[in-house]
Design a binder for this molecule. Sequence first.
Ligand SMILES: [Zn+2]
Ligand SMILES: [Zn+2]
Length: 282
Amino acid sequence: MSATGIFFHYQDGERLRDFPQALEGILSRDNVFFYDAFYPLKPPCSFDLDPIPIDVIGEVHTPEMIERVKRSAAFQGALFSASGTVAAALRIWKGEIDSAFVFTGYGDHHAGSNSFGGGCYFNGAAIAIRELRKRFKAQRFAIIDTDAHHGDGTWEIFSNDPDVLYFCLCSGSYQEKNNKVNVQVPWRVSDEQYLRLISRSFYPRAEAFQPEAIFWNWGYDGTQGEYGDIGLTPDSHGLFAREIKRAADQLCHGRLIVVLCGGSRRDLARRLIPEVIRVLAE
Ligand SMILES: [Zn+2]
Ligand SMILES: [Zn+2]
């Protein structure tokens, strides 16, 4: 059984309105730990989630960009979203948990070193990787991105860093460089086809790369009826979660951090997020 941390953050908007109530039945499990910043009615297994200092964000983003985000209405949400990813990574390295699910209001694959957009403000995975390298001398990380869109920010931040395998599945076509790999997904795809891209393309690549942890930029915006619809059914995400968890179990002691990315529908969030967390906590 994997000890799983849930790093929770919700301020406003439709999609996460049913949380954390929709985690009922999960939060009571002995191997699940809940970290949050605001939720007033804390379940017994909960801990505080503290915001990361601004200079930690400055390890990845320029001072000018941080100033621009600070002046936006999204700042607090962006700060706690990135803080959740960093806290998840540090607690995994301290041995407190094996895997994590990070709720984000804003985050994170469109955020580059000096740019943001598309609902992404700070690149939580990139900040977490810098922190792990600084504090624990960890070096090699894999990021798999199954959001429907290209993770241009993550691609840019790690473009000259061969110790980060960034594996992006999207409709675009990008030349492979320094372990930045883009797999072009057809505009309509079945669950099975997509799953094969994970098991036959990502897995061998990650196996050869030998990451110390896997980050999963998980968006559900490619699901039927979503704004990035590529034909995936709601059932696909549980299959992907199993496959990626298997990779983490086999390649890096189960160290897997799932970062919530795109997707807007509240009904899908209510169904899919608990499903993915249940797979992590198996
Ligand atoms: Zn997206
Ligand atoms: Zn891509």
